[in-house]
Structures are given as C-alpha cells and as structure tokens.
Ligand binder design. Structure first.
Ligand code: GLC
Length: 346
C-alpha cells in the first residue's frame, strides 16, 4: 500500500515537474558545448550532399556593419536543401607583417562559424589566398603556416562538422612537386592541434580533375577528404569573365550537346577511379557557370554537373552564393530560381 502511494506521489510530482518544465519554470543548465568527436573521412563525406560557396567577396570582412550576407542566410540555405557551406577566406590581407590575423576579422569569422554550425550545416574553412602563392612560394608558405597555426588552434574544440581546407586551387609556382611538400608542412601545422579533424586537400593545377594523378598525400593520415573543381569547358563556364584572359572576350557559347555530356561523364568516371584506387573520399568543392552565359545553358550545365557528381557519389558545393555565378540575388534577397532548381530539383 505504502509502496503504491509513494509511487502515486512520485508520479504526481513527475507530472508537476513536466508541466513546470513545459511552462519554462524549471531552471535548466545550458547544454554543454559539443566537444570534438572524431569521425572518419568517409562518414563525414556521407553526411554531406549539397553545398554552397559563400562570403568570398562580402564587404563584411572589411566592415562588419557593411555585411550583405547575414547569419539568417545559413538557414535560408539549409531550408532550400543545402547541408554544407564552404566559407572562402582571405586572411592574408587581414594579417599584420608578423602574420597575426586581425582580431576583428577573427571575431567576424567566429560569429559566422557559430551561426552555420548552429543551423546544422557542415562548414569548410577554405583558405582562398592562392594568388600570392601563384607567384611567390617563399613568401606564401610561412604566411599559410601562420594562418593555420591560428585558425586550427582557435577551432580545435569545434564540433567535427567544421573542416579545414588548407589552400584553394594551388597553381603556377605552386607546382605539384612544391605543393606536395607544402601540403605536408601545412597538414603537420594543423595536426599539432587537430590530430583527427578532417582536412580537405586538392591537387595543384587549380584543383583540376586531370591533375589528381599528381597529388601525393601522406599515406598514414586517414583524415583527409580530397577535392576537385570542375569548370570544363572553360570557354563555356568562363565566357566574358574578365579575370580569364582566354575567355574574357567570348560570348554566346551554349552547352549541352551529347558529346559535351559524354565528356562530363568521362571526366567524373576518371575521378571516381582515382578515388577508389587511392581509397580517398572525394568532394566536388566548386563548379558553376558565369552569369554571362545564357540561362538555359547554365541551367543545363549546372544540373548536369550536380546530377553526374551525385551519381558518382561526390557531394558538391556550387560556386557561388552571391556576387557572381550567382545563385542568390542578395540585394533582392531571394534565390535566382532557375539556378536553385538546377541545383536542388523541386
Ligand atoms: C576560383 C577563384 C575565384 C573564381 C572562381 C571561378 O575559386 O578563386 O576567384 O571566381 O574560381 O573562376
């Protein structure tokens, strides 16, 4: 009898407790910050499907008050079907002569990383400072090392959904031989504070698919995701792009013949074969078509690349959210619908 009463009382107390908790009356401790839990490169990749390159040219890096991109855009991305963002970083211009990164810039990055992780996204911190390295390896190596000492140290306890990409599109003076040495040095810098975080690395030669064969990774490090970028044929994807001399004056080039489609599939078959032979998970970190191509061809191209990548098991990140290759019209604050639907079919 007494036992029954005690049980009945405790059940009543439980109901009261639950009710007060529902009303928000019961004080509760905030959840502990999620500590880093190692995840294999393969498992990490399988949680990534559709991604977006963001923030490359946003004025917020110089002046947070001038931001076009707002933290709420991470939720906009997630709600549209994206699970990954690749944040394009240019810390060199925000560092002093000794390589120390400006605290205001770091605070801006902290806020963005937190907002994106809180929205459930996987976040790649992409060091996008390849243009000094293309002409001066001796100057760029130590600066990259300083960047990664600071960023890797700063985010060493971040959840495993934060990944580091040590350098975007190494090229020119950063030949494959030079890059294969430098990537070891930078990886060791990261590993000093992040022994098991997954790191994204692509081949020299602009991360191009046909350069994978030149990439030499440390065989004893399993926490590497390999990345490639795909802009073939450049005369289509970069027509009218002022920064590519060979294609700056081109216009009116369409895409979508059977032969072009077959070439795309053949290129991705070769990437799949390399990834299988090397036992490395593969991310398509950039692809896209510049705004000057006709919209029908851009839609054909973007949806073909995305679907072929998916069929080969490669998560992808589109280049880019706003500014050019535009998926999102940030001044109108809405998607460029045909591009969004090419990326994420309704
Ligand atoms: C690379 C460049 C970027 C350019 C894009 C497309 O990521 O770093 O500046 O817009 O490719 O050409």
């Amino acid at each position: 009898m007494i036992g029954w009463r005690a049980r009945r009382l405790s059940a009543a107390a439980l109901v009261l407790l639950l009710l007060s908790a529902c009303r928000g009356a019961a004080p509760s401790a905030p959840p502990a910050a999620p500590a880093f839990v190692p995840v294999s490169a393969e498992d990490q990749l399988s949680a990534m499907h559709r991604g977006m390159n963001v923030l490359d040219e946003d004025p917020l890096w110089d002046d947070p008050a001038a931001a076009l991109f707002q933290p709420r855009h991470f939720a906009r991305l997630r709600d549209a079907g994206f699970d990954t963002v690749r944040i394009n970083l240019h810390p060199f211009v925000h560092s002093d002569a000794s390589g120390q990164i400006d605290p205001t810039w770091l605070a801006t990055l902290d806020g963005l990383v937190k907002a994106a992780l809180d929205d459930g996204l996987t976040v790649i911190l992409d060091e996008h400072d390849d243009s000094l390295c293309e002409r001066d390896v001796a100057a760029c190596g130590p600066r990259l090392r300083a960047v990664w000492e600071q960023l890797a140290g700063r985010y060493r306890h971040a959840p495993n959904r934060l990944l580091f990409e040590i350098l975007n599109e190494p090229h020119d003076r950063l030949t494959a031989a030079v890059w294969n040495d430098m990537l070891r040095d930078l990886l060791a810098t990261v590993r000093a504070t992040n022994p098991q975080r997954n790191v994204v690395i692509g081949p020299a030669g602009w991360n191009a698919v046909d350069q994978l064969k030149t990439l030499d990774l440390p065989a004893d490090d399993p926490h590497i995701i390999v990345t490639v970028h795909y802009y073939r044929p450049v005369r289509f994807t970069h027509q009218g792009a002022r920064w590519v001399a060979e294609t700056a004056n081109l216009s009116g080039i369409t895409w979508g013949t059977d032969a072009e489609m077959a070439q795309l599939v053949k290129d991705f078959d070769a990437v799949r074969a390399w990834a299988d032979a090397q036992h490395r998970p593969m991310l398509l970190g950039e692809f896209g078509a510049y705004d000057k191509a006709d919209m029908a061809s851009r839609v054909r191209y973007i949806s073909a690349v995305a679907r072929v990548a998916e069929a080969h098991g490669f998560p992808w990140a589109y280049w880019q959210f706003d500014s050019d290759f535009t998926a999102y019209d940030i001044r109108r604050d809405d998607w460029v619908r045909p591009i969004l639907q090419a990326l994420v079919p309704p």
